[in-house]
Design a protein around this ligand. Structure first.
Ligand code: HEC
Ligand code: HEC
Length: 256
């Protein structure tokens, strides 16, 4: 009798799970842009971020290091080899156990496989290659690994996102969850996703990395600005990517 009731409850739970639909992806930051900027972002001839993509395409073919290897030497055409790659980053690099975002992965290939020097974070070279690689996933949904070796990074990123910080004592979630869609200083607060990065920001008059954007948000609440490529921002980047599950890659996006 009791066993029968438990079985019935188990069936109900199983039924509810099967009937549940996957959560809708959050709206991309692009949906809060003016019509004009959205059109400009979509038009490859008018999107200023495409200048960096062009530079990345040139660097992809450039022989580097003692063996004179280019990215093409090992990977072949980027349109095939890099298709969908950006949707999976940040990811843990198995040999080292390090969490790498796209910038970190590209620099790892520079040092490990080309025996060349790493590019400086925020250099036009690294922004260009990152935008070029990300562009090969245009329109493809973000889907990062958050379990296994990535789990501790994901947990750290989630904790960071929900922790109050700075003189204003606000967490990322206070703005990007509780107040998403509301105006703030002439902007509309988005869900704080990273699917458009590297992005061309009008305020910068340049392409910039996600970590540059995160430094602006940290500064905005008068909190510590972590370094480019720091473990704190990498973990946060992984959490942002997990929140963006199903949202299409749009790099290089245009932002205000
Ligand atoms: C000597 C060969 C070699 C060269 C040159 C090379 N790579 Fe790689 N790349 C690899 C290997 C091997 C991997 C797999 C991960 C590893 O073992 O480091 C990889 C992985 C990657 C990945 C991740 C792919 C994925 O599916 O996760 C990216 C992105 C990448 N390379 C970009 C580049 C770029 C950009 C350049 C040029 C600056 C470059 N690589 C140069 C060998 C190379
Ligand atoms: C006081 C409110 C506020 C706080 C707190 C805040 N941000 Fe932002 N953030 C903004 C505004 C305003 C923008 C620019 C408009 C937009 O895209 O949301 C922005 C932009 C962003 C973007 C770019 C989104 C896009 O599509 O271009 C990301 C990512 C982001 N924030 C992440 C964070 C993270 C992570 C934290 C916590 C460390 C944080 N923000 C804290 C207000 C805030």
């Amino acid at each position: 009798m009791i066993a029968g009731r438990i079985a019935a409850v188990a069936l109900m739970i199983a039924g509810a799970a099967a009937g549940a639909t996957a959560a809708e992806p959050l709206p991309s930051g692009t949906s809060y842009l003016s019509e004009g900027l959205r059109t400009q972002q979509l038009d490859e001839a008018a999107n200023p971020g495409m200048l960096w993509v062009g530079e990345g395409a040139r660097l992809w073919e450039l022989p580097q290091g003692p063996a004179g290897r280019s990215c093409t030497s090992c990977h072949g055409a980027a349109a095939d080899a890099m298709r969908g790659v950006a949707t999976r980053y940040p990811a843990v690099d198995a040999p080292s156990g390090d969490l790498l975002n796209l910038e970190g992965r590209i620099n790892r290939c520079r040092t490990r496989h080309q025996e060349a020097e790493a590019f400086a974070y925020e250099s036009d070279e690294l922004l260009g290659l990152t935008a070029f690689v990300a562009r090969q996933s245009l329109g493809m949904p973000v889907r990062v690994e958050t379990g296994g070796a990535a789990a501790p990074h994901y947990d750290a990123g989630r904790a960071f996102f929900h922790r109050r910080q700075g003189q204003l004592n606000l967490s990322c979630a206070h703005c990007h969850v509780d107040n998403a869609g509301r105006p703030l200083r002439g902007d509309t607060i988005s869900h704080g996703l990273a699917n458009g990065y590297p992005a061309y920001r009008l305020e910068w008059q340049a392409l910039g990395s996600l970590h540059r954007r995160l430094r602006s948000c940290s500064f905005g609440v008068r909190a510590v600005q972590h370094g480019y490529g720091s473990p704190q921002y990498l973990a946060l980047e992984l959490y942002l990517a997990a929140r963006a599950e199903g949202v299409p890659v749009e790099a290089p996006a245009i932002r205000r």
